[in-house]
Write a protein that binds this ligand. Sequence first.
Ligand SMILES: Nc1ncnc2c1ncn2[C@@H]1O[C@H](COP(=O)(O)OP(=O)(O)OP(=O)(O)O)[C@@H](O)[C@H]1O
Ligand SMILES: [Mg+2]
Length: 585
Amino acid sequence: MPKINLLTEDLINKIAAGEVIERPASVVKELIENSLDAQATKITIEIEDCGKKLIKISDNGSGMSEEDTKTSILRHATSKISSQEDLFAIQTLGFRGEALASIAAVSQLSIITKQEGEVEGFNLIVESGEIISSGILAAETGTVIEVRNLFFNTPVRKTFMKTDPVELRHIIDVVTRYALINPEIAIKLIHEGHELLNSPQVPDLINNLASLYGVKLAKDLLEVNYQKDGLTVSGYVAQPHQARNDNTQQSVYVNQRWVKSGDVSKAVYEAFHSLLFHGKHPIFVLNLEIAPGMIDVNVHPQKTEVKFSQKDTIFNTVFTAVKETLQKNNLIPELDIKFEEQLSFGQKIKTKILKKAKYKFEPSNQETLEDEEYATPEEDILIPEQWKEELIKEILPPLRILGQVQKTFFVAEAEDGIMIIDQHVVQERILYERFMAQLMNKQVATQSLLRGEMIDLTPTEKILIKENLIELKHFGFQLESFGENTYLLKTIPSVFGKLQPKELLYEIINNFKYGKNKLEQIQEEIITRMACRASIKAGDEVTVGEMQKLLDELANCKLPYTCPHGRSIMIKVSIDELEKKFKRK
Ligand SMILES: Nc1ncnc2c1ncn2[C@@H]1O[C@H](COP(=O)(O)OP(=O)(O)OP(=O)(O)O)[C@@H](O)[C@H]1O
Ligand SMILES: [Mg+2]
């Protein structure tokens, strides 16, 4: 008996489909690309059950002949290339002739299509790659494709799908990417009758950015337009102060194809360099126009990666393009003050990290959503069981404030030495504990915003807010829907009232983006970050009275020696050590 079997055609197709079609969003991506390649100017995507039940895309593009429609669902059937030379001169988004075959293999597919000038259209119905029926019918010029019950015949693949909000977000992301870079094309996304995204035909990219990302952000964007060595870099970067805490508002396109490109992103970060605070990510939308012969797009089954033949040139050109834009706009560099660097004067002082601890307040029995693309790196922080009232309260010794050093540290006298206290982390700890106490008693004090603050949101952010409205209220954020992409923020938690309401809300939304949908699961992280933002910073002048008040409040904290991130709040230099240093001992 032979050990090696030849796989059946059906099985081969299913295996191949697995590479191209990973989730509902991959179907949406492939179908949009096909509509764009067919020169459509209007594309509407309607989905049901987050794409699992139905994905329907209608375009007003070229349409297909009857014969081509039948061929289109076969593997390696494409109208876009025909020779090896073509493969290295790709001008279209598709080129492999695999997408429709892959989709057809794992769904129930229907195509209705009509070419310009034809009287009748053609309809093809396919299930698991097999044609079930076909026929002539009346249709508008263009193509309507319906994909029903994705993965109905590959149940295992189905179980790999994430929760609905995650799948939906992937779809919104895909549509947003293509909507962004195609201002002249009207693109709409509708989920169960609700319009999630509407990107009308506008004359240029900046108008498109305004309609998708909000007028306020768009107003402050800086235009990039640079050419060198046959490479054009165009698009927009946001001013450094608009940088975000995550990198979800970064889009790179190569010849209008959305790609994940570490090289391009790196060049942008380099150009921003000292303009960005630590941990901040610039917002950018950049398109690289490059001779098709200089890139290879045939490197990833989902066509989301490109290989550049001249990597260094690409890096340098993008770097210069962004750098020049920033320079032209007279952006003065701000300093990136690193905590560790500030401490360097005391490196020889034996530091005593008193405790490295972080507490989880509510044991969550829900599973964390592990979404590979959104997952944040594991933090090296000790997380003991749970917060308990009877937890040993650490006692702060009596301290007498001596003054402030470098507007960064308090210096205080303790019984047996001196304490150097980081002013930022002191307040961080206080605000964190104050807010946690309110949250646990379900009594978050709020501060009303007189007229409310308008918050412009991207389509993804809008969904995130909508899904978490109740939890957000619990946290002290009361929001009301206010038209298309806008919410009106009416209250904020007063503990963090010093912060810009918007900044505070973004802190929360950004956390959702990492694939963790439930607020409870990430509340600690959110509170830590809000506390961090709302606290006095290094460089803020603080009076002796204020310092003393802060220390008194710190003394009431449960863990007065560590900030919520687990770093030390104070360093002690004992009299003993001083005496040794001065050779008194
Ligand atoms: N919306 C559409 N309008 C007109 N023609 C279409 C449309 N969708 C698909 N086609 C035709 O069907 C062919 C097969 O589509 P398919 O997406 O499978 O392959 P492709 O786009 O050529 O390559 P790739 O697999 O890289 O996407 C296309 O080459 C195109 O000729
Ligand atoms: Mg295609």
